[in-house]
Design a protein around this ligand. Structure first.
Ligand SMILES: Cc1cc2nc3c(=O)[nH]c(=O)nc-3n(C[C@H](O)[C@H](O)[C@H](O)COP(=O)(O)OP(=O)(O)OC[C@H]3O[C@@H](n4cnc5c(N)ncnc54)[C@H](O)[C@@H]3O)c2cc1C
Length: 425
């Protein structure tokens, strides 16, 4: 079976790339080892984050760094071995997280985030998936008045870039979310984002659209990718004949480098693991919106399978043993305020956010490997950024002018050792 393009990985990013290539007339096959949308794109907090015009920086305050050393914080934890091996990329992340570098990264990041809502809306409408929208907007909630003031200031800055919000007092919070228990200083309601009740189902709806439009989804191991004699590519499927294509897009999320490394391309990926667990909602205490607990860095989202509690970052190798202390600690705090009943699953789900030291995703042609393209490294916002990434990559691959400057996201911004070219460390 011969195609123009083979997309490896059927998460939000891969499915979006496949759809946009298809809409430009390319014959496309999508390959994954599982059905679409069952990995990171399944397990996230389900927010299409239009407000996230600044990527997640590494907090640089001394107080934070000292308190993180004890490895008991709820928002950030680490495996010491991973931190030691990631010292170089983490230092680079630290440098990029403040001052003019952070401002410049954020300006570039915003050019993608700005298109997140409309690119999802187009696909959602075509896929008849609007019923997966749980609601408009979400809350960032604080017990601490000083943290709330900082968030208000940040919201005002973002407002200048067109991000809308409403400031809520403690009384407003109690009125809007009577199912919450305790006294809060207040919250910011970000009004642009869209909350999805089942992120994996949204990816599956987009994959069905790809099928309806004549695309094919195959099961198989992307690691079987190899060159053909005519300079194209070939990959094996789990059943049936192998697939051949002129070009390949590698969109394997946190597993991308396992494949590209074989062809000589690698970058310093910082894996930030995250956990989630669903809880049966307590009767008589509805939660209307998705809520980020701003003091502790976890999210509680009303979803199809219950109230989904998702954790912040755990710096650890994706394949290292689970350390679910972080989710247990988040659950203890969350139970004091949120209407969490019995857990739905026996064990929490775990996945990995693929993050780069400059906080930007990577998409475009893989340097020095003919006809190999990639799209990965979307960190905390890959669910949000999948569709615009797919559009821009498809434009590049078909010779169209992308409507956003794509150089800041180029795979060629790293040198051969994987360090950022412009960075002196
Ligand atoms: C706890 C948590 C909360 C989050 N919340 C949000 C949020 O609210 N909003 C947001 O925008 N983002 C959020 N994110 C980030 C977001 O989930 C990711 O950035 C995004 O899902 C990455 O998508 P992807 O398509 O690149 O990767 P994935 O969804 O992981 O897809 C990669 C695909 O590659 C396949 N694959 C891997 N290896 C092989 C192989 N050898 N052969 C074949 N197939 C293979 C996998 O099966 C998978 O389907 C969150 C992440 C976490 C962990």
């Amino acid at each position: 079976m011969k195609y123009d393009t083979l997309v490896l990985g059927a998460g939000m990013v891969g499915v979006s790339c496949a759809l946009h290539l298809q809409s430009r007339g390319r014959s496309v096959a999508l390959l994954d080892r599982r059905a679409p949308g069952l990995e990171t794109s399944y397990g996230n907090a389900g927010i299409i984050q239009r407000e996230a015009i600044e990527p997640y920086p590494l907090p640089r305050g001394l107080g934070f760094l000292l308190s993180a050393l004890g490895n008991q914080r709820i928002d950030v934890r680490y495996h010491a071995g991973a931190v030691l091996r990631l010292i170089g990329p983490l230092w680079s992340y630290f440098l990029n997280s403040g001052g003019s570098r952070y401002r410049s990264v954020s300006r570039e990041y915003e050019t993608l985030i700005a298109h997140s809502l409309e690119t999802h809306a187009d696909l959602m409408q075509a896929a008849r998936a609007e019923s997966l929208v749980a609601g408009q907007g979400y809350l960032t909630l604080f017990r601490s008045a000083s943290e709330l003031r900082d968030c208000f200031r940040n919201a005002d800055q973002r407002a200048r870039a067109g991000v809308q919000h409403v400031k809520l007092s403690g009384d407003d919070v109690a009125r809007e979310e009577p199912g919450l228990e305790g006294r809060f200083a207040g919250a910011v309601r970000w009004t642009d984002p869209v909350a999805i009740r089942s992120p994996g189902d949204l990816v599956q709806a987009y994959a069905r659209l790809f099928n309806e439009r004549g695309g094919t989804v195959h099961l198989g191991d992307a690691m079987t990718l190899r060159r053909t004699d005519d300079g194209g590519w070939q990959v094996d499927t789990a059943q049936g004949p192998s697939l051949r294509a002129d070009r390949v897009v590698v969109a394997l999320g946190p597993w991308t480098l396992e494949l590209t490394r074989r062809f000589g391309y690698t970058v310093p990926l910082i894996p930030k693991r995250g956990y989630h667990r669903h809880y049966v909602p307590l009767p008589g205490r509805p939660l209307h919106s998705t809520v980020i607990d701003g003091d502790h860095g976890f999210v509680v989202a009303p979803m199809k399978d219950g109230l989904r509690l998702t954790t912040g970052a755990e710096l650890a190798w994706p394949q290292a043993p689970r350390t679910p202390g972080q989710v247990a600690a988040a659950e203890r705090v969350a139970r004091q305020a949120f209407p969490l009943g019995e857990p739905v699953e026996a064990e929490p789900w775990m996945g990995t956010r693929p993050c780069l030291p400059d906080m930007k995703p990577v998409f475009g042609p893989v340097p020095a490997v003919d006809r190999l393209w990639c799209a990965f490294g979307h960190g905390h916002q890959g669910f949000t950024l999948g569709p615009i990434t797919g559009e821009l990559l498809a434009a590049m691959m078909t010779g169209e002018a992308p409507r956003v400057a794509v150089e800041p996201f180029s795979p060629a911004r790293f040198n051969q050792t994987g360090a950022l070219k412009t960075q002196r460390i």
